[in-house]
Design a protein around this ligand. Sequence first.
Ligand code: SF4
Ligand code: FES
Length: 366
Amino acid sequence: MSDPKPEQVGPPIALLAGLSHRCPLRCGYCSNPLELTRASAELDTDDWCRVMREAGALGVLQVHFSGGEPTVRQDLEQLIACARDCDLYTNLITSGVLLDAPRIDALYRAGLDHVQLSVQGSEGKGADLIGGYVGGHAKKLEVARLVRDRGIMLTLNAVVHRRNLHQVDALFELALTLDAHRIEIASVQYNGWARRNLAALLPTQDQLEDLTKTLEAARIRLLGRLVIDFVPPDYYAARPKPCMNGWGRQFITINPAGLVLPCHSAETIPGMTFDSVLQSPLEDIWYRGEAFSRFRGTDWMQEPCRSCEFREQDFGGCRCQALAVSGDVTATDPVCEFSQDRAKIDALIAAAVAEPDAPYLYRGGT
Ligand code: SF4
Ligand code: FES
């Protein structure tokens, strides 16, 4: 397949609205960039509402309000109402620690459809340590109850790593106790802050084998009671994940300052120009923007991806990971068994597991 023409590219399914990089938590696996956007540079309410209208017209189906912590924005209710006016399904991705009953009522009245609540572990002490926020876990349990009391759909989102993988069964029990519909067990992706914490967070092979057994048993035991989604740790895989389901195929990310990104880490790629919603319509950016066109399709690929039978299944993996590990953004994702740099991933694994007591570095603030 050659690079698709604009008219061959379908509309994006989902828009991730990164409203703010501000966050009361300090998780060391945060996917935000190392260089955070200041509050004074964030898009204002009118611009975000215009973005919602443009997204609706473009054919986007869902908007995920995210951050940082999106509830730091006092206009979140207005933004949700704007999105609903454009027939967008609204999902709030939140740590929950800034929410209380009146705010959840206001968000619900504005049209909030779904809450994706992060938890850092299954019990308070360890979870609060990972998030760097004392009392956070207890607050989240209360928020989950308030969300479900109002009939809002709830997903529990647990980022898992070496320090909490032993809690996965307890996380399933927690999800059932909180009446969540779904749980996402998401392995850390080693970009941004997480890359700095690789040695502190990368699981061991033994942990992964235990996890596979735990997941298989839970999927049978909880069938019909809890939807379980799992994002595996790709360092241990033989082939990479289709990052973002393929560059410029389904997802648009907008950062707090209004830059439109094909993935949350795209700003780490030097020499790329990202369009701003302050200067161009979303439709132009999606179909014709330089950043979205750059790795769409397969024409940009080098060997072995270029002639590989899997190239339209994984789209060559993750561009940001190729850059970070191989130093070449057009290289095959180094996780791939066919990559000439697979040995670099194996060396990173060996170095990380040889350092079981590596210090855990918290994310810095804005
Ligand atoms: Fe995917 Fe490229 Fe590896 Fe083939 S060579 S499996 S396309 S990453
Ligand atoms: Fe950027 Fe995967 S995180 S392409």
